[in-house]
Design a protein around this ligand. Structure first.
Ligand SMILES: *[C@@H]1O[C@H](CO)[C@@H](O)[C@H](O)[C@H]1NC(C)=O
Ligand SMILES: *[C@@H]1O[C@H](CO)[C@@H](O)[C@H](O)[C@H]1NC(C)=O
Ligand SMILES: *[C@@H]1O[C@H](CO)[C@@H](O)[C@H](O)[C@H]1NC(C)=O
Ligand SMILES: *[C@@H]1O[C@H](CO)[C@@H](O)[C@H](O)[C@H]1NC(C)=O
Length: 248
């Protein structure tokens, strides 16, 4: 009994350490949120606007890793739909294309007839709404993930250095044209911490930095001494791990 538990833990740590991006992790959504109250009726303008929007985001996102747009015009009572898709800054055009097109199918299955929804994967996020949300920090749609294993050694030092790394990456991301930064920091002889910061590209540099700084203080509130963690939102996300998880 206890030896099989022990073995499972070893296997999990090996998997995490050696093959950080296994296919099961990539293909499953991390999380999704359906807008709680508002539904649309089939065969209304909103449905057709949303479908057109989704197809255009699938088409235009992969080349740059970011797509944004709206379909329909409010002044004609045409029930516009607003949406965006963002791929992680280091992934290829092909990976982005696969992720965005899977995400759009999955979110329509998970939130049928919802006017607004958001879904996150390791490689991308996809969001739409009947409300114009462009250029505003999304404080509503957010979740966090934690690797519950503790780091060995000086956890205070680890926490401080992780926070320093993420704060530096928040600053770098806010100045980057893709609003994305990744990097690593040497902690001990062999240990390193790896991080990423990223915003949706409808935010200004200032709002990107604000979004990331808030996410970092939230993350450091619950990630004390943990081997990995992330705060993932509709406008920005931060993540750290003790293994490399993005391409440089
Ligand atoms: C996309 O969906 C297809 C079919 O469901 C699946 O085989 C593939 O692994 C998925 N890929 C990603 C990156 O989500
Ligand atoms: C991590 O450390 C905390 C306190 O130092 C302890 O309560 C917790 O059980 C540890 N978790 C694991 C998974 O070892
Ligand atoms: C970590 O940061 C705290 C607060 O800023 C400080 O008091 C502490 O001395 C630092 N510890 C290490 C090991 O760097
Ligand atoms: C951090 O935790 C404290 C105490 O639980 C809470 O009051 C504070 O709002 C939290 N900060 C963030 C940024 O989540």
């Amino acid at each position: 009994m206890s030896s099989s538990n022990f073995f499972t833990i070893i296997l999990i740590s090996l998997t995490l350490a050696l093959i950080p991006q296994t296919s099961f992790a990539l293909n499953d959504p991390l999380f999704h949120i359906c807008s709680t109250s508002k539904n649309f009726t089939p065969h209304t303008p909103y449905e057709s606007n949303l479908k057109t929007l989704i197809n255009s985001l699938i088409y235009k996102t992969p080349s740059t890793g970011f797509g944004i747009g709206s379909v329909g015009q409010a002044q004609y009572q045409n029930q516009p739909a607003y949406g965006l898709a963002l791929c992680r800054g280091d992934i290829t055009t092909l990976e982005c294309k696969t992720c965005v097109s899977n995400a759009s199918k999955e979110i329509l299955n998970l939130c049928p007839y919802n006017k607004g929804a958001i879904i996150w994967y390791d490689n991308c996020m996809f969001k739409y709404s009947d409300i114009d949300f462009f250029g505003k920090i999304d404080n509503t749609n957010k979740f966090s993930l934690l690797n519950v294993q503790n780091v060995s050694g000086d956890s205070m030092k680890f926490n401080n250095m992780t926070k320093d790394l993420l704060s530096l990456l928040a600053y770098e991301a806010s100045l980057d044209k893709k609003l994305y930064a990744s990097g690593e920091l040497k902690i001990g002889e062999l240990e390193r911490v790896y991080g990423l910061s990223e915003c949706t590209r409808d935010l200004t540099s200032v709002d990107c930095k604000k979004c990331l700084d808030d996410a970092i203080s939230e993350l450091s509130n619950f990630s004390d001494g943990k081997k990995g963690g992330r705060v993932v939102g509709g406008s920005c996300n931060v993540q750290y791990e003790i293994y490399p998880f993005v391409r440089e």
